[in-house]
Design a binder for this molecule. Sequence first.
Ligand code: NDP
Length: 341
Amino acid sequence: GRAWHLASRPVGRPRPEDFALRELPVAEPADGEVTVRNLHLSVDPYMRGRMSDVKSYVAPYAVDAPMDGGAVGEVIASRAPDRPEGTLVVHHLGWREYATLPARHTTVIPADAGGDPSGGNDISPSAHLGVLGMPGLTAWAGLLEVGGLRPGDAVFVSGAAGAVGGLVGRIARLKGASRVVGSAGTPEKIRLLTEEYGFDAAFDYHDGPIRDRLREAAPEGIDLYFDNVGGEHLEAAIGALRVHGRAVICGMISQYNATEPPAAPRNLAQVIGKRLRLEGMLVNDHNASRPRFLEEMTGWLRSGEIDNRETVVHGIDNAARAFLDLLDGGNTGKMIVTLDS
Ligand code: NDP
């Protein structure tokens, strides 16, 4: 099989030459292990951080080694009785065609939620990399557990057409937010937010200044900001937050390729006068909530209140390109790489 390796550490914006698709031998499964043929690979913004040699909550990728990440695949060889051949699993050895790993490091996809190998169900297995997976849990737990969304809150979310942001807005709507406002990077994404996702207002952040666009979209201010972007977005949100407002600091994608420290938010001191709560979050802290999250989100998927938005790129050869496109906003909803057999 083939696997994407980190060929060199990107400086600033990653280039295609920073990645290399190389042969990786497929190991036979030892006792307790399975070999998985990957069907869908996840590319995610946090991977940009792992490409740099900085200390963080996840270890950096090693140069000239295969990268890893979320994946969905089918067990094709098994020495684990509870993962027979044909089982569909979620696991962490993505960026490659085949993976051999301990069965206990895989999660079986429930048959009624995309895990029926004959495809006899209405949920795509790839949903476990998006709406039912890590981004879904991030949105749900970030908004409800960290942000403490209350009915009547006016909510602003950046990166609103992406995997996490698109769910934050729709969950806020379902949970009784009084106003849901979003920002994203193209006119098509803005239309999606207002015409399909039920946002009350949305703006393209290229039509800045963001502070002015946000004031038009939320003239009475906001109670809760879900930050996927950082920088000027966070500065504008601090300006728009009402007294005792809260901000969930989930991501700062505007800075992931930066080589200089950001100038904004220049108004961070308002946090004090307004007694704001800006709280960082990590999805890994919320694993205990996964069953409740899955139950609620699966219900919304089944009822059609939330749908599984994906941008699908085909073929292992295009995985690095898909990651670069993700950083450039080429995705709507979850960016997925599907490996066609
Ligand atoms: P998305 O699906 O939202 O993809 C990334 C999006 O970021 C792009 O589609 C692009 O959309 C947008 N973007 C890129 N550059 C900029 C920029 N300079 N300014 C504004 N927007 C930009 O990714 P995810 O939903 O997976 O992740 C969203 C955020 O959540 C990321 O910051 C990520 O790191 C974070 N995250 C944090 C987790 C945690 O545990 N704390 C867990 C999971 C994700 P556009 O066209 O709108 O520019």
